[in-house]
Every structure is written in C-alpha cells, then in structure tokens.
Ligand binder design. Structure first.
Ligand code: 8DG
Ligand code: MN
Ligand code: MN
Length: 376
C-alpha cells in the first residue's frame, strides 16, 4: 500500500495525510533546523514560506533512513533549493549558518518568548516587539493592557513552560472524568492531542467529551467547571460557546470549548481520592503561588455532539500539520470540505456522516492511519 515504508523516495506521496509519520525518525538535526526557519518565517508574517518549510520538514520526518547526501533528497516532494541548502550545510558542517543567525537574533528570541505565553499569538507578540517589549518583565512593568488570559499566562508562566508528563496527564484525566461523571455517569471522555499520538510529554492536555444523548451534554461543561472551581482546581478558564451558525461547508470550528489552567496538587500523586482537596480549596491564589505544593497545567476541554464525534476526534488529535494537510487533501483532491464537525461533499452538496475515524479516511479514499502515524 501507499503508506508502507518507502524504499524509494520517489514513492513518497505529496500530502502528509498519505504518509505514515511516527514520532521518532532519523533526521532530527535537520528537521529541528527547518522548524526554526518555519517558525521564524511565521514570526515575520510570511505564511507561505513558513508553510513551505513545514512541508519539507514533514517529508523528512517520514524518511526511513538517515540522510547521507543531497542525492537522497533529489526527488523528494516539497524539498526545494532553500531546504536543500540547509540540508547540505548540516551534512557538511553539522550546523546551518542561516539557522544559527536566526536563533541568535533578538527578534526571533523575543518573539519565541512572547508567543510562548498562554494567550499571546504572533500578531500580539509582533505588536509588542515593535513597541520595544523584549522580556517578560517589560510586560509586567509596562502597565500594558493585558487580557485575562494573558495575565493568567504570565502568572503561571514558569509552570506552563514545563512539559506535562503522561503521568500528570492521566491525573488530570482522572480529575476531569470525576468532575463530568458527577453529573453524567456514562459520559465519554477521550484524551486527544499529542498524548493520543503517543507523545510522552505535551504542552497541555486535550480532552474530547461526548454522549450518545445530546441532552446529556447540555450545560455539562459549565457544571463540570463549577465542580472543579468549587474544589479549588481551576486557576483560570474561559469558555467558547458552541457556534450553531457554522456553515456546512466551512472549515471553521464551532465546538463548545473550555481553555483552562488547572492546579495539580503534588500530593495528588500519592492520593487518588484527594482528601487534600479541602486544603487546596482553602488556599487563595497568592498562597498557592508561594506554597509550591501544586503545579499549573494547561487543559483544553472540547464538547462534541455524538453525530460529530468521529470528526472532532480526528480534528483534535493532530498534529497541526497533519490536520492542515488532511483538509488540503480533502479540498484539492476530493472536492470536499473537512472540519471537526463533518465532511461536506462540494459536488454532491451533502454531508457525509461517519461513525468512526476509519469511516472518515474511507470517505476520503485514504488508507487509515493510527494516531501514532499522524505525527506529521
Ligand atoms: P502538545 O500539546 O503536546 O504540544 O501538542 P498537540 O496536542 O498536538 O497540540 P495542541 O496545540 O494541544 O493541539 C491539539 C490539536 O487540536 C491540534 O491538532 C490542533 C487542534 N486544535 C487546536 N485548536 C483547535 C481549534 O480551535 N479547532 C480545532 N478543530 N482544532 C484545534 O489546538
Ligand atoms: Mn495538546
Ligand atoms: Mn490544546
């Protein structure tokens, strides 16, 4: 099949969703370098250049061998002259001068720092950079207008910079399930995002929530949030309401979503029934900040109606590049619009229901890929 190991690079298909990309591969030095160039291009507002670097990076991630010479990439899709120059330098010198210069530049470093704050995107970071912001203390001192999200991001910056381990993610899952089950005992909760793709660490923990009966989901997220809040687990949250108005052919996402920061008590490790909840509840946020017996973790909660579940699961499992490529493939090759709500056939003008991820791949005429193979 077209997703077997590629002995001959000319067999490598052009769309990332047509290839298996596992977490580990043999050319990390080179892909790390190209990812820096992709990021730097996006910081400069060059989306097309950023995308080009992301595509060549992704192709190299699925190669089953370590690159030895430029001959090896001669026939690879998306591997243009710029990408080849980077590869050649790294093969010959171990480093690429352009990448080293980018890493050393004030703009790249500041933009990377600022965009790593929860609630700060490239647009805001760029504006701040142009206004002279270079460090986190510049932000704190400047009496700058920050959104509630950004204030929380700054307050918990150190904790949120640390990777979330799978073990911590599982504690959060236990907590989220408890919160939801106290209202709907047979609610379905699935950990999505990087952890579902087999990653051992993540920058947050993502959950998808559903139930066969749509009524069961009404108001559930709000109730679970109150439950978490009343027990002192929520450091920050904001809810994006479900948008009913998303058009059938739109790729916009309108699921009810909670973006949150959860506090995970350290003693949780030894105490799954968390009698310590009472202690936590009685600390105010500033005390929590100084006592350090807890840690802040970013958590995303997404609610999807059962009928859209397969599409939501596929859409929230990632990787981001995999999702982008899957949508591009759907549109360009199949004349279909894919979102995390459904798949719309633009020629037959109809929605295609799916009861599993496998059915979505089948609608698209693609061989099924397990989450582990979606690390494009
Ligand atoms: P990480 O957290 O381990 O760093 O990696 P990740 O889990 O792959 O990244 P993520 O930023 O948590 O995103 C998980 C997936 O969710 C990813 O494929 C992109 C997708 N996603 C968002 N926001 C939205 C959104 O608003 N709509 C949809 N449909 N998907 C989204 O992150
Ligand atoms: Mn994630
Ligand atoms: Mn997320």
């Amino acid at each position: 099949g077209s997703t077997e190991s590629f002995d001959n690079v000319t067999q490598i298909p052009s769309y990332a969703c047509q290839r298996r990309t596992s977490l580990l591969h043999q050319n990390k030095e080179i892909t790390d370098a190209l990812e820096i160039l992709a990021l730097s291009a996006s910081f400069q507002g060059s989306e097309a250049r950023s995308l080009a670097f992301a595509r060549s990076t992704s192709v190299l991630k699925c190669l089953p061998f370590k690159l030895q010479s430029l001959q090896d990439v001669k026939d690879l899709p998306w591997c243009g002259n710029h990408c080849k120059r980077v590869i050649q330098e790294i093969l010959e010198d171990g480093v690429c001068m352009e990448v080293e210069l980018v890493k050393d530049s004030e703009q790249y470093q500041s933009m990377k720092l600022l965009t790593s704050i929860f609630g700060v995107g490239v647009h805001t970071a760029k504006k701040w950079y142009q206004e002279g912001v270079r460090s986190l203390s510049d932000l704190n001192n400047n009496k700058r207008k920050l959104t509630a999200e950004q204030r929380a991001g700054l307050l918990h910056y150190k904790d949120l910079q640390q990777h979330v381990t799978r073990e911590e993610a599982e504690w959060v899952e236990h907590l989220v399930v408890r919160a939801l089950q106290s209202y709907v005992p047979d609610v379905q909760v699935t950990m999505t995002g990087g952890f579902r793709r087999g990653k051992e660490v993540g920058h947050d923990v993502d959950f998808l929530i559903t139930h066969p009966k749509e009524e069961a989901l009404n108001g559930l997220l709000k109730k679970a949030i109150s439950w978490l809040e009343s027990k002192g687990y929520l450091l920050y949250h904001h809810v994006k309401a479900r948008s009913q108005s998303f058009s059938k052919s739109s790729t916009m996402d309108g699921h009810e979503t909670c973006y949150s920061i959860v506090s995970l008590p350290n003693y949780y490790k030894h105490n799954w029934d968390c009698e310590a909840e009472e202690t936590l509840k009685n600390l105010d946020n500033s005390e929590k900040e100084t006592s350090h017996n807890w840690r802040a973790i970013r958590v995303d909660l997404v609610v999807a109606p059962y009928s859209e579940y397969s599409y939501a699961l596929l859409g929230w499992t990632g990787s981001k590049h995999f999702e982008r490529e899957l949508r591009r493939y759907s549109f360009e090759v199949k004349k279909m619009s894919l979102s995390s709500h459904g798949l719309f056939d633009n020629e037959k003008k109809c929605l295609l229901p799916a009861a599993s991820e496998e059915e979505v791949f089948a609608h698209l005429g693609l061989p099924f890929l397990l989450p582990f193979d979606r690390n494009a």
